[in-house]
Design a protein around this ligand. Structure first.
Ligand code: AMP
Length: 460
């Protein structure tokens, strides 16, 4: 594969610096194929799924044409789910870090209107959201998009599948006819072609071969009896010692059970499923993505739209009855050029599912002998980080820099021991290296942040 550096593109210096700070050394195939045309303002129809680097492709392009001194909404990004919208906004913010005062806002359903209305008092440069809520704001005239230059439809096939087409049509009525429209979709049903016809003019069409983008993933299948699955999971973890593992279960209660069972074996695991409150799901995703938990046990619905790069291992604790879901699950490992391993546990009663997966993916699904895995030696899987939760957030005008400042002020903790900082509305989370967690907690509990005392605790 030829490696193309971002510096070959006519990009603003601030963006090139942000790319360098993120350690993106070369463009991914989707980026290399799309960015030159995107920067010329062309429309794009791209077959690109999560993990391909598609978000950075459109984020770089829209940031490059942004005028940050003009306070009106210049880019609108439509996403199927809140989780995806938040991931997208986060990637945009990371890439916009060097450009002063760029305001990116997420507007999603299931969130209170009040804070969204307050944020919209000053028009954001970039808006990312789910179609229903965006339309609500457009109808109320709290959001104005008549000067949008770039429209992105992300995961368009899923938006159509979720029945958002009418909302998207209605949103289009508010947008200027002359604009750049980018459409990303993992699959190409006929509806995508009609959507493209309706919304785009002469788009460049890029398709990254699905097999090619999966080529970094090794798949293994083990036949196992129901009662032996936990044992096999711990043998797999002991054999591979992965930093991040995503385990899929078909049922919510199974996620909880497996999480508890893993804790019983001294393995730090978190569960993610639809019975959890939104704040618990946010907290879980933060803990997993900031490396303070090594194992996430999730259902498909909960994991939808979750973009966590660099998963070493995906385990299917249950096989999915739908081969397309299976391919989607295993595609979460081996991202953006990294190698990944996907292991599926197959119950005797699931062997028919295995053959539908084989015919769907067009290659065989041989069962490997379980005795190739070493017997489970007792071991503990400690995540490298710990998450501390602080009882203040954006409402208290806290910013990541304030937390960083408070933690490093006494000079007991070095900046490089501090990981991701997430400041939410009323709460903040800081990832801190295991070895420094105790001291950090003491500093936060005893000291002040911007002159005020806040509660702090360590999440388990
Ligand atoms: P996406 O396909 O947008 O969900 O991106 C998948 C992951 O790849 C994200 O975590 C990005 O931060 C990361 N990524 C995007 N572009 C690059 C690149 N050129 N090099 C390395 N990682 C990248």
């Amino acid at each position: 594969m030829t490696q193309t550096s971002f510096s070959t593109l006519p990009l603003r210096q601030e963006i090139l610096s942000a790319i360098a700070a993120l350690n993106y050394e070369a463009m991914t195939p989707v980026q290399a194929q799309s960015l030159p045309c995107l920067l010329e303002g062309r429309d794009l129809l791209a077959q690109a799924k999560t993990g391909s680097g598609k978000t950075a492709a459109f984020a770089i392009s829209l940031l490059n044409r942004l005028d940050e001194t003009a306070y009106h909404t210049q880019a609108l990004i439509l996403c199927p789910t809140r989780e995806l919208a938040e991931q997208v906004a986060e990637e945009i913010r990371r890439l916009a870090r060097g450009i002063p005062n760029v305001k990116t806002l997420t507007l999603c359903g299931g969130r209170p209107m009040g804070p969204q209305l307050a944020s919209l008092k000053r028009a954001p440069h970039i808006v990312v959201g789910t179609p229903g809520r965006l339309l609500k704001h457009l109808n109320k005239e709290t959001l104005k998009v008549d000067r949008v230059e770039t429209l992105v439809l992300d995961e368009a096939d899923r938006m159509l599948g979720m029945g958002f087409i009418d909302d998207i049509d209605d949103i289009d009525d508010y947008l200027p006819a002359s604009r750049q429209t980018l459409l990303f979709s993992a699959t190409y049903p006929d509806e995508i072609a009609s959507l493209s016809n309706e919304f785009q003019s002469d788009p460049i069409d890029i398709r990254v071969d699905a097999n090619e983008s999966n080529s970094q993933i090794t798949q293994k299948f083990y036949s196992v009896d129901r009662g032996d699955r936990l044992e096999l999971v711990s043998r797999l973890l002991a054999a591979h010692r992965p930093e991040s593992t995503l385990i899929f279960c078909n049922q919510k209660h199974q996620c909880e059970q497996l999480k508890d069972d893993l804790w019983g074996k001294d393995l730090h695991a978190l569960a993610l499923h639809g019975d959890m409150e939104q704040y618990q799901r946010d907290r879980t995703l933060i803990q997993f993505s900031n490396q303070s938990s090594s194992i996430l046990v999730a259902t498909d619905v909960a994991a939808r739209g979750l973009d966590i790069g660099g998963l070493d291992l995906v385990i299917n604790f249950d096989l999915s009855a739908d081969p397309e879901v299976h391919i989607h699950r295993i595609g979460r490992t081996g991202r953006a050029g990294r190698e990944g391993l996907a292991v599926s546990l197959v119950l005797p009663s699931e062997e028919n599912r295995l053959s539908s997966i084989a015919s769907y993916q067009g290659s065989s699904t041989p069962l490997s002998p379980t005795d190739e895995l070493p017997a489970a030696a007792p071991f503990k899987l400690y995540p490298p980080m710990v998450t501390l939760s602080i009882g203040g957030g954006k409402r208290d005008k806290l910013r990541p820099g304030d937390l960083l400042g408070a933690l490093t002020a006494t000079r007991e903790i070095e900046g490089n021991a501090i990981g991701k900082i997430n400041v939410l509305d009323k709460l903040s989370y800081v990832a801190i290296a295991q070895t420094d967690a105790k001291v950090a907690l003491r500093i936060l509990q005893e000291g002040k942040i911007k002159g005020r005392k806040y509660q702090a605790r360590r999440l388990r």
